[in-house]
Design a protein around this ligand. Structure first.
Ligand SMILES: Cc1cn([C@H]2C[C@H](O)[C@@H](COP(=O)(O)OP(=O)(O)OP(=O)(O)O)O2)c(=O)[nH]c1=O
Length: 191
């Protein structure tokens, strides 16, 4: 069965490539403005809506990542000011990155979410300014990307690194493997 990744995110494409499976990319172009204040439910609902918006036959995989601090949700910053405010409030604290995932099969839909905790260093004004001007993190939840220059903002993490980048690939793998979507015969000797 063909796997369809419903995402325009270059990071998700790269992460799914790590699994060495064939897939097609069809971005969902969903309007992400929905009314939901609970971060976990928001990430799960958006991933569900993204998956459901793809009408083509196949196993559809979609995800949504949000950053949350004390129940406040940080999506993608609209501009410099908002990115600065986000990074300033994340400075020196633990926050949580939640990625909601939906996998739609022919007769089953699975939605779940994965949480990873991230502790930021104390960030000086100069470092935050340098980071925003250099990395321009306006397409990233929370205003940073741990996989690039954002790595220098981070002191430690607790949980799945790949979940922060946008897809908890180990859990996604288990779901596909358990349902026989991955061609296990590839692992046979001499094949
Ligand atoms: C926290 C964090 C987020 N991100 C990214 C992952 C997501 O691409 C983005 C959050 O936006 P999303 O709305 O989850 O995804 P998207 O709009 O980029 O792509 P699509 O809806 O088509 O799948 O932030 C990083 O790349 N690194 C990080 O460290």
């Amino acid at each position: 069965m063909k796997i369809i990744l419903a995402s325009k995110s270059p990071r998700r494409i790269e992460l799914l490539k790590l699994l060495k499976i064939d897939f097609e990319v069809i971005p969902s172009n969903l309007d992400e403005n929905i009314k939901e204040r609970d971060p976990k439910l928001l990430a799960e609902k958006l991933s569900y809506l993204k998956a459901m918006s793809i009408k083509k036959d196949g196993v559809v995989l979609a995800a949504d990542t949000v950053v949350t601090l004390n129940k406040e949700i940080f999506g993608k910053p609209r501009d410099y000011k908002e990115a600065f405010r986000m990074l300033k409030s994340l400075s020196g604290k633990w926050h949580t990155v939640i990625t909601g995932v939906t996998i739609k099969f022919k007769d089953e839909v699975i939605t779940f979410s994965e949480k990873t905790n991230v502790k930021f260093k104390n960030l000086s004004k100069g470092l935050i300014e340098f980071y925003i001007n250099t990395a321009k993190p306006f397409d990233k939840a929370g205003g940073y990307g741990i996989q690039e220059l954002g790595s220098v903002l981070v002191e430690k993490i607790e949980g799945d690194y790949f979940n922060i980048v946008g897809l908890p690939i180990s859990k996604v793998w288990d779901i596909l493997w358990d349902r026989g979507i991955i061609d296990a015969s590839k692992g046979e000797i001499n094949k």
